[in-house]
Design a binder for this molecule. Structure first.
Ligand SMILES: [Zn+2]
Length: 849
């Protein structure tokens, strides 16, 4: 386990490594408790680098022997690595180390999952495998030999010789160590092939444990779609003879883009209609695409240092969202992305963990795999594309690939290709990478003699370490509608660069209604107090689907705020206007399903806090429930017709059309349950032939309190399927009432199938509790206490997952003094643990400061 060594690393301190690594040969003799790793690495001094000691990273390694040019040496070994005297010219470094994958529960480096060997090296896991300059700017060609009795032995690149008890692999493309991977075990493959745009044949495999072969078809289809899409849209071709994906049950993240050997959390690749929901299918499609796209944006062009993480992640998230938009509905994808951004990135940006898209310092890089780096990083690229236009974006990307292939790059390199292809000066735009916090945008309007002026002011509130903020470049997409509902000015992108700036539209016969920030063209908070009439008008007439959804969300939010703070009744006029939209069969069912939902309770807490009102989780819960009851009553006459429309008679397909219908059906069933007490849900639960229908029905039964029998039936049916049981754990917490959530979560931690060492199961149970807003924030602090107990336990086993889950406390300063005191006490209790990991120490310290 890592000891807490609060050492801060700064971007400004970057220095290149003093040597180039010409080649790496690794031999693994696999054994669960004593794997031997032999390395033979050729180093050549880099004349461009400053003079330095020869230092190799290495953690939790037992050094057996080391040699330089064949002569045994005794390096100075520390907990972080080793130092050694080396010749002035090129030399061969050899080392043999011993590691114990079976006792590696941190799931970083080489570890075991259900008897299978696998690796996770990003960000700094390779140093737990052997001594190496474990930094992304050191790239080399790897040759790997694996010895062991396991029937399947995989590594990066193309297969070489293999035989009884050994397999060799050679990766011709220079890569940093974080992209190294090794997998060995009793695995079976789902094979296929792909012919690239230049006619090369690539062998494709998805490797799974025996018994899971039937759950690979969707992943394979998604992979082939991704390969085609990247050729057609970005001109990027795959570059090895083979592409392997492996499903692993115990994995800290979703998946990892190791060169030619992607390792996936089994939840992000295995799918079947009986065991996976539509959301699972869509997520798998997106993650397979994401990891595959990294082959160019991440692997062929990688990051110079970990501060540049957004260079590969922001761009690749942007690319995978483009892919999903092309495969499914672009409008629904955009709305879903914004819901996610507001739920995960906005709280981060507005709280104690706020950091720039490119952070300038860190203690533990694993703590910076955040929504800011990933999702806001992708938003920044979306803005850049909007500002320069599609054609210029494509030209800049072509130059990026041509100029930087095989290099480890920076954000400066990335922006320079845009400057060089467009002639634009992006120095102000670059603030998006260095300035943290979410800008707030205010709007004033005036109209006289056919001339309409919008005046915007922007302001970014202070964030930790940054009190004074400079104006950002904001692409503001605006459309104007006539009072009769016709669009008079189609979507136009206004480029705002000043703190305050006006834009005038001429020749308008009447004062128009503005539709501002169409498509959510910049990741900002739009502070505009427009009238309910104007919002209802946009809900009815806006041609921009996102802003139509947004107008509805604003109405829902304002209605809920009035219910919470003034005891107002649900806004019946709004519900009637909304009913017309959800009844409109010309609209995509998936879009209508989104329109039927409201802002999350956590989002409402954020809104209230932003207006200087202390959020009361119980009052928010009650208002949300009251509103749902009102929707059910008000729309009771429409629900049966919608249920008919949502019914799917064709054989199951996870495509957007069927998934949209099932989403609409699910939204209808949850309202129907409020009328019939769960009768329809019970019928659906019994008749369901796919997981989406079964799980939706079960969720409705739990929320109606009619769950005893159904939960038991579901458990008996699926006790052998780990991924389905994760849903069973999560759902019974998510769908229950606030008074029961903590007890349920606590009882589930005593269930025989609860396993804290499995990140998916831990997240389903304790993460599930943290996501139940009113249940987690129960007045007596029982939710905080239970979570802190388990975080303390988990830290000794898996610091990375613990640190990530600690972030559920990041919004603590929103709440009342009593709750704040309770949370502070838990954070201090965690911080006081002897031997607390570096990961968790950093997170808790930042949240307490
Ligand atoms: Zn990624």
């Amino acid at each position: 386990m890592k000891e807490a060594t609060p050492q801060t690393i700064y971007l400004k301190d970057y220095t290149p490594f003093g040597w180039q690594v010409d080649s790496v040969h690794l031999t693994f003799k696999l054994a669960p408790e004593a794997t031997r790793v032999t390395s033979r690495i050729r180093f050549t001094p880099d004349p461009a680098a400053p003079a330095q000691d020869f230092f190799l990273h290495g953690e939790e390694l037992t050094l057996i022997r080391a040699a330089v040019d064949g002569v045994a040496v005794t390096p100075e070994v520390t907990p972080e690595g080793l130092r050694c005297a080396v010749p002035n010219g090129p030399f061969l470094w050899e080392a043999e180390v011993e590691i114990a994958p079976a006792s590696n529960t941190a799931l970083e480096g080489l570890y075991m999952s259900n008897g299978m060997y696998c690796t996770q090296c990003e960000a700094e896991g390779f140093r737990k495998i052997t001594y190496y300059p474990d930094r992304p700017d050191v790239m080399s060609v790897f040759t790997v030999r694996i010895e062991g009795a396991e029937p399947v032995k995989l590594s990066n690149g193309n297969p070489g010789a293999s035989g009884d008890g050994f397999a060799e692999w050679h990766d011709p493309w220079p890569k940093p160590a974080y992209l190294f991977a090794l997998v060995a075990g009793d695995l079976v493959n789902h094979p296929d092939s792909f012919t690239t745009m230049s006619g090369r044949q690539v062998e494709l495999n998805i490797w799974v444990r025996p018994g899971d072969e039937g759950k690979c078809a969707w992943g394979m289809e998604s992979l082939k779609k991704s390969m085609t899409w990247d050729e057609e849209v970005y001109g990027r071709e795959y570059d090895l003879d083979i592409f392997n994906i492996v499903a692993v049950d115990d994995f800290n993240m979703g998946a990892m883009e190791n060169k030619g050997l992607n390792v996936f959390n089994s939840s992000a690749v295995l799918a079947s209609p009986e065991t996976s929901t539509d959301a699972n299918f869509e997520r798998i499609e997106a993650i397979i695409a994401h990891e595959y796209f990294h082959n160019w944006t991440g692997n062929r062009i990688t990051c110079r240092d970990w501060f540049q993480l957004c260079l590969k992640e922001g761009l690749t998230v942007f690319r995978d969202s483009q892919f999903t938009s092309d495969m499914r509905s672009a409008e629904v994808k955009r709305i879903s992305d914004v819901i996610d951004l507001r739920a995960r990135q906005f709280p981060e940006d507005q709280g104690p963990l706020s950091h720039p898209v490119r952070p300038e310092s860190f203690q533990e890089i694993n703590n910076f795999y955040t929504a800011t780096v990933y999702e806001k990083g992708a938003e920044v690229i979306g803005m850049l594309k909007r500002l320069v236009g599609d054609e210029a974006y494509a030209k800049a990307l072509d130059l990026y690939f041509a100029r930087h292939d095989g290099q480890a790059c920076t954000i400066e390199d990335w922006l320079r290709v845009f400057e060089d292809t467009t002639g634009r000066d992006l120095s102000q735009f670059k603030r998006w990478y260095s300035q943290s916090g979410t800008p707030h945008l205010k709007v004033a309007e005036s109209y006289a003699d056919g001339s309409y002026t919008l005046t915007f002011t922007q302001h970014t509130p202070p964030t930790p370490g940054q009190s004074d903020k400079a104006p950002q470049v904001l692409p503001i997409a605006v459309g104007l509608l006539n009072p009769n509902g016709d669009e008079v000015v189609p979507t136009t992108v206004l480029e705002m660069t000043e703190a305050e700036q006006s834009f005038t539209f001429e020749g308008l016969a009447a004062k128009p209604v503005p539709s501002i920030l169409r498509g959510f063209s910049a990741p900002v908070v739009l502070d505009r107090s427009s009238s309910p009439e104007e919002r209802a008008f946009l809900l009815a007439h806006d041609t921009d689907a996102f802003n139509r959804w947004e107008a509805n969300r604003d109405l829902a939010r304002e209605g809920l705020v009035a219910m919470i703070t003034e005891g107002a009744a649900p806004d019946e006029a709004w519900l009637d206007g909304l009913q017309k939209v959800i009844a409109d069969e010309a609209l995509d069912p998936a879009f209508r399903a989104l329109m039927m939902g409201g802002p999350s309770q956590s989002e409402l807490a954020q809104v209230l806090h932003g207006r200087g009102i202390t959020p009361d989780p119980e009052a928010i819960w009650t208002a949300s429930e009251t509103l749902r009851d009102a929707k059910a009553r008000r729309w009771a006459g429409l629900l049966p017709r919608l249920a008919d429309e949502a019914a799917v008679t064709a054989p199951f397909s996870p495509d957007a059309e069927q998934a949209g219908k099932r989403a609409l059906g699910g939204a209808v069933l949850s309202l129907q349950t409020r009328i019939d007490g769960g009768a329809a849900a019970e019928a659906q639960f019994k008749a369901a032939d796919n997981m989406t229908l079964q799980l939706t029905a079960l969720s409705c039964l739990v929320s109606a309190g009619r769950d005893e029998a159904a939960l038991g039936v579901f458990e008996r049916q699926w006790s052998g399927d780990r991924l389905v049981m994760d849903k069973w754990f999560a759902l019974q917490i998510a769908a229950t009432t606030p008074d029961k959530a903590v007890e349920r979560a606590e009882a589930l931690t005593r269930h025989p199938a609860f396993d804290m060492k499995n990140p998916n199961r831990f997240r389903a149970t304790l993460g599930g509790l943290a996501m139940h807003h009113a249940g987690f924030h129960r007045r007596d602090g029982a939710g905080y206490r239970l979570l802190a107990d388990w975080l303390i336990r988990l830290d000794a086993v898996n610091p990375q997952t613990t640190a990530r889950m600690c972030t559920v406390f990041q919004t603590w300063k929103r709440y009342d003094p009593d709750r704040q005191a309770l949370i502070r006490a838990e954070l201090e209790r965690i911080a006081a643990r002897p031997g607390l990991s570096r990961d968790v120490t950093e997170m808790v310290t930042r949240m307490l400061s």
